[in-house]
Design a protein. Sequence first.
Length: 494
Amino acid sequence: MIGLDAPGSLDLEGYRRIARDGARVEVAPALLRAVDERRAAMLRALEAGAPAYGVTTGLGYLEHETIAPSDRDALQRSILLGRAVAVGEPLSGEVVRGAMLLRLAGFLHGAAGVSAELCRTLAARLNDGWTPCVPSGPHGASGEIIPLAHLFQTLVGEGFVLEGGARVPAAEALRARGLQPYVPGAKEGLALVNGAPLAPALAIELVDRGALLLEHATVAAALAAAVTGASWRPFSPRIGWLKGDPGQLSVHERLAELGGGAEEGDRPQAPVSLRVVPQVHGAVRDVLDAAEHQLEREVRAVTDSPVYLAADGSEPEGFYPSGNFHAQAVAFSLDALAVAFAQLANLAEKRLHRLLDARFSGLAEQLAVEPGRQTGALVLHKAVVALCAENRLLAAPASVAAFDTSAGQEDVQAFALLAADKLRRLLANVELTLAYELVALRQAQHLAARRLPPLLEHAAGLLAELVPPIEEDRPLAPDIERVRELLRSGGLVR
């Protein structure tokens, strides 16, 4: 059970336990009372005639249109229905649950003006496994209105949820739980869609996936150095201390751990792609850490617009338009990660190419038992080149685009969700690149028959269980798939 007992009390650890591991969430009664107190203040302002975007007015370009009091409740439901235009494969359950959790956490600050009942409803749906079916795109709105409409319309009995992997009408799923559709009150439909919870939810999943891939890439680089008998001196932590970058130093230390017992004699320099592993992997580590720090802020953030704020100094109580729905910082982080991991894959491609070349590896050409008569592992590199070429396209930033929508009222987008989708595809390519490299490294160790340091011997043993030696040319696709599954499970680095 994860308790939320104060505004901003959610952290990344709690987020992961709830969104990924299915831990239950409990909101402190005192916090819910405070939410209702802020809502009561907002409702008093509305009753006194205060104008409020999306409550007493239309949305977007239609903000100058006044909504009659008799139509205001219907508008809140309409907001959830009229913007659900996405198609495609559904987002993962972890991401959707994460977005629900972040909406709840943001609402608990009170500034969104929603009711405690809506907060209780969100907590209850998180606890009973409610998983809305949210199509993956396209999402070109200012903010996240389109996917959030798909997500939260399920609370009012519209759209679909995923139950046991099957798509089920939300109304049917509510009835199965003995529940009535939620009836959104003033501002609540707007509050459910006018924020940015999906960008951090997507980013957290991708950061965690990237961190695991970085560790696998470091193991692959260490194996490449050990199998080819390269000098371990460029990996010395003393080199890292001379540079002073924390990420780089952490990679030096990890390589030293992996290479425990590696011979430290003076040897010829290995190719640059092997010597700069600490510098490249360390820089990737720093980009991951920066993204993680941003996400720590995001899980505590209020991203609604407008917000209803109490008086503070010279600023009066009232509705304040906000741009916090514009997830620019997350988009920048995702774009930076795409560039970083594209370079990580480039380094793996170069290592693989050198491994296949007897001049650098000291092993048989193309890692074939009988070069010439056999292809060996050469074709693995051809596939990796294609992946790296695609990565170059995927690494182009999404966050530099801006287009007019809503008749010019919404004239810029962060495109964080597009950046996340590109990064997801790029990380899948990196994962596959490392699988190809590890299959080649398994063959290289078979030919070299070198004694490896204990941790690398363990990794090589795991690979040997999955990939038979390439004694004769054979289809390698099944071997690659098995190694890719090993990467996904994290088994190679545990």
